[in-house]
Design a protein around this ligand. Sequence first.
Ligand SMILES: *Cc1c(COP(=O)(O)O)cnc(C)c1O
Length: 321
Amino acid sequence: MQALPSPTFDDVADAASRIAGVAHRTPVLTSRTADERCGASIFFKCENFQRMGAFKFRGAYNAISHFDAEQRKGGVLTYSSGNHAQAIALSARLAGIHATIVMPHDAPAAKVEATKGYGGEVITYDRYKEDREELGRRLAQERGMTLIPPYDHPHVIAGQGTAAKELIEEVGTLDMLVVCLGGGGLLGGSALSAAALSPSCEIIGVEPEAGNDGQQSLARGEIVHIDVPKTIADGAATPHLGSYNFPIIQRLVKRIETVSDAQLIDTMRFFAQRMKMVVEPTGCLAAAAVLNGILPVKGKRVGVLISGGNVDLSRFAEFLS
Ligand SMILES: *Cc1c(COP(=O)(O)O)cnc(C)c1O
């Protein structure tokens, strides 16, 4: 029941031209300490410095840029309590269209406020009683709005792939590219870019230990559904990969690793202390696998996606204390 063709690297290149001048071309940072600790050359692509604080702006803006006149009139709808909500709200505002965001009734007040701050209309639902995907589809249909889900959409995947494209264009070919994994929008898009621009690069996804559905899916050759995992990596607390994402991951991703919440906290501390950066727990997934010696990086040129920096500062302080 897929309505759109599977995305390719051409779609990533097209997305790059659509977001040019609107999304930030985020910096690539290096750390002598990280390189010495790992015996490798590590290039951190810092999407914590992206607009609204995460790579999600790339996919959301790209998806909305494809709307025709009728879709623009109807507006965009999504379900998310996290960075995708803010990404859609900001992108819709920039495009001059209406955005409705379906959020759980117990979503953190700060996230609801941030989404409203970008001009999004927030509708809440009871996450223990209603299925958000079903509710999103129904509301979109009733209201004549276009649903843009957080990861399972070709234009979202293509947009997310622009971060890895920029990284490889800036630093040259890589031996390994390590990417944070939730539903697989970022990993799918990054894999398209790496396969096209650095064909011998190993592409690796990293998900929270509490929810290794991606790892299980790769091993079993089909999308494995799990209960919403309990982890501080809230942006990767997804119960399954997307139907557009999985075939790309299956074809191009060599392996998927997991890290613990404690390793995420250590990595947050490393970024704060050594690199003077605020990175949210989910944004540390890929780096945690590299810095904790989970991946064989010795002597290699390694790209690491830092996916976002949106963390409540009092929580951030608690994590580090
Ligand atoms: C959404 C998100 C992820 C996971 O991205 P997927 O495309 O769902 O795999 C990782 N990190 C951050 C900061 C996010 O917001």
